[in-house]
Design a protein around this ligand. Structure first.
Ligand SMILES: Nc1ncnc2c1ncn2[C@@H]1O[C@H](COP(=O)(O)OP(=O)(O)OP(=O)(O)O)[C@@H](O)[C@H]1O
Length: 228
């Protein structure tokens, strides 16, 4: 069972790395179009939770439901396919392919999902414009600034119209002005497309863009009062 209306929900997730417990009975859910911030101190289990929710890491016990699938019961191949078709990812660093232009980077996930080159590049151009970086089409990631590169990464994550966007410290490498702009563009675009967003951050000013905040501490999660 998943909470009514939720798109992605986890129940009683537990995960240890050897003798180090990372998750110790975590419940979590997110609705379509909702942005949920996952906060907590360093080492509290935020990234592990994100990786379990996205089907990258298999928890030791507990379940993850996604849109009628029990993600935790699916094969590795099926979880990879779902990740490619339904999920988008934005990380702090190094996610663009250095040999490709920014336009090709944004078009890449669409191409991998079978979209023809021309259509993929048209969509990629629209997303680069939406993220206010339409001047970097022909440049490679090494030739653009950190803020521009992060906007390209957000464009790439959203261009495939993911139903869930996973963002792990998406502004961690940016100055505060760039960070705020990226968060505004990211959350506006996600809300427009009704994507659910799982946003891992340790910065309250980034979490402020979320509809709800969940705090992970010592492997357990609780709702931050007043944000639900
Ligand atoms: N691959 C791994 N192998 C061993 N231990 C790990 C691994 N990944 C995480 N851990 C441990 O699990 C716990 C939770 O780590 P996790 O990365 O989920 O925390 P976090 O809240 O995301 O931390 P940070 O904010 O520093 O990124 C920590 O004690 C960490 O050392």
């Amino acid at each position: 069972m998943t909470p009514a209306g939720s798109l992605l929900a986890a129940r009683d997730l537990r995960k240890a790395y050897g003798r180090t417990p990372a998750l110790d009975g975590v419940d979590f859910s997110v609705h379509p179009g909702e942005v949920v911030a996952v906060m907590g101190p360093s080492g509290s289990g935020k990234s592990t939770l994100l990786h379990c929710l996205a089907g990258i890491v298999r928890p030791d016990s507990g379940t993850v439901h996604y849109d009628g699938h029990v993600l935790t019961a699916e094969s590795d191949a099926r979880r990879s396919a779902l990740r490619r078709s339904d999920f988008g990812f934005v990380f702090q660093f190094g996610q663009l392919v250095p040999e490709l232009t920014c336009l090709e980077n944004v078009a890449l996930p669409l191409r991998l999902n079978g979209v023809k080159r021309k259509a993929a590049e048209t969509t990629a151009r629209e997303w680069l414009a939406r993220l206010e970086v339409d001047d970097v089409h022909g440049k490679r990631p090494g030739e653009v600034s950190g803020g521009q590169g992060q906007r390209v990464a957000v464009a790439r994550a959203l261009a495939g119209r993911p139903r869930v966007l996973f963002a792990d410290e998406p502004t961690g490498a940016l100055d505060s002005l760039n960070g705020e702009r990226v968060m505004t563009l990211l959350t506006d675009a996600a809300r427009d497309t009704r994507a659910a967003v799982v946003l891992v951050t340790h910065e309250p000013r980034v979490a402020a863009y979320a509809d709800r905040e969940v705090v992970v501490r010592d492997g357990t999660a609780r709702e931050l009062a007043g944000t639900a």
